[in-house]
Ligand binder design. Structure first.
Ligand SMILES: Nc1ncnc2c1ncn2[C@@H]1O[C@H](COP(=O)(O)OP(=O)(O)OP(=O)(O)O)[C@@H](O)[C@H]1O
Length: 281
C-alpha cells in the first residue's frame, strides 16, 4: 500500500551567514494512512526542519516528500500543526480560536456545521463549557487542548505535533497523552509527533524513528504493536522498559556517546523505569 507520508532520500541545508548548514541527509520516513510516527533525536538535529518539509513550507535540496501520492512542492492546507506554544488569540473566544483555520482553509461545511464540529472537538478534549472563555482564562494544559482542536478543525490528513506537551508539567502531560489517544481513536488523521520524551513516543506512536546527529538521517526505526494497551500503567511494564532502553541507547549513539555496534544495555532487561519522563537532552 502507498504510504500517506513518504519521505525519500531527503537532504536539506540552511543558508547561513557562514555558509551552508547541512541539517538533513539521506532521510527516509514513510507513514501509512492513519499511522502515528514519533520522531526523536538529539537537540538541533533537524526535527522541526522535517515538519516544515512535510507541510511544504520549505522544499528539499534533494530527494522527495510525498503526501497521499502527491509530491509536496508548496504549503499544504491538508496538514494541521500544533506546537509547544499554543499562541491563541486573546481577543477571540476559545470557540472562535478553534474556528480560525476555517477562515483561511476552504471548507464544504456550513457555518452551523463548522460550529458544531468545533463544539464536538472541544467536548472530546474535555473543554465543553469553556467555548466562550478567553485564552487567558484557561490553564496551560487547557490552552494546549484548545490548540489541538484548532489544528484538527479542518479535518487535516496529517497532524504534525511539534513538542506540543513539552512545556507542561508531568501530570498535565500525561493527561494530554490520554486525550491525544482519545482524539486519535475518533479523528482519521495520520500523525507525526516530534518529541524529546521517549515515554511520550512509545505511549502515543505506533512507530518511533530515531534521527542521527546533524546532518540527520534515519538511524533506527522501532515498530510498536498498535493494539497494545494505552493505559499509563503499560509504561511501567518490562516490555516498555526494554523499548525505552533500546531507544535511549539509540539516542546515545546519535549523540556520539555510545558505539553503534555495542549491544543495547536494556536487551531483555526487566528493570522498571522510574516515574519520571525519559527526556532527550
Ligand atoms: N531558518 C534557519 N536558518 C538557519 N539555520 C536554522 C534555521 N532553522 C533552524 N536552523 C538550524 O538548523 C538546525 C536544526 O534545527 P531544527 O529546529 O530543525 O532542530 P530540532 O531537532 O527541531 O531542534 P530541537 O530538538 O532543539 O528543537 C539547528 O542547528 C538550527 O540552529
Amino acid at each position: 500500500m502507498t504510504p500517506l507520508i513518504d519521505i525519500k532520500g531527503v537532504r536539506y541545508a540552511y543558508d547561513t551567514a557562514t555558509g551552508k548548514l547541512p541539517v538533513l541527509e539521506r532521510l527516509d520516513i514513510s507513514v501509512s494512512q492513519g499511522g502515528f510516527v514519533a520522531v526523536v533525536g538529539p537537540s538541533g538535529c533537524g526535527k522541526s526542519t522535517l515538519t516544515r518539509l512535510i507541510s511544504g513550507l520549505i522544499r528539499p535540496d534533494e530527494g522527495e516528500v510525498w503526501l497521499h501520492g502527491e509530491q509536496v512542492t508548496s504549503p499544504k492546507p491538508t496538514v494541521g500543526m500544533a506546537f509547544q506554544n499554543p499562541v491563541l488569540l486573546e481577543w477571540r473566544s476559545i470557540l472562535k480560536n478553534v474556528l480560525l483555520p476555517l477562515e483561511i482553509v476552504p471548507t464544504k461545511l456550513s457555518r452551523t456545521d463548522q460550529e458544531a464540529r468545533a463544539r464536538d472537538l472541544l467536548a472530546l478534549v474535555g473543554l465543553d463549557g469553556f467555548e466562550d472563555k478567553r485564552p487567558s482564562e484557561l490553564s496551560g494544559g487547557m490552552r494546549q487542548r484548545a490548540s489541538l482542536c484548532r489544528a484538527l478543525i479542518h479535518q487535516p490528513e496529517v497532524l504534525i505535533l511539534d513538542e506540543p506537551f513539552g512545556a507542561l508539567d508531568a501530570f498535565t502531560r500525561e493527561d494530554l497523552w490520554q486525550i491525544m489517544h482519545r482524539i486519535k481513536a475518533k479523528e482519521p488523521f495520520t500523525g507525526v509527533l516530534i518529541t524529546h520524551d521517549l515515554r511520550e513516543a512509545i505511549y502515543l506512536a505506533d512507530q518511533v524513528v530515531v534521527l542521527s546527529g546533524r546532518p540527520a538521517r534515519t538511524q533506527y526505526v522501532m515498530d510498536l504493536d498498535p493494539n497494545r494497551p494505552r493505559d499509563l500503567d503499560h509504561l511501567y511494564t518490562s516490555e516498555a522498559a526494554e523499548q525505552l532502553g533500546v531507544l535511549r541507547h539509540q539516542i546515545e549513539i546519535a549523540q556520539g556517546r555510545a558505539l553503534a555496534n555495542h549491544a543495547s544495555p536494556s536487551g531483555g532487561s526487566t528493570v522498571v523505569q522510574p516515574a519520571v519522563s525519559e527526556t532527550v537532552p
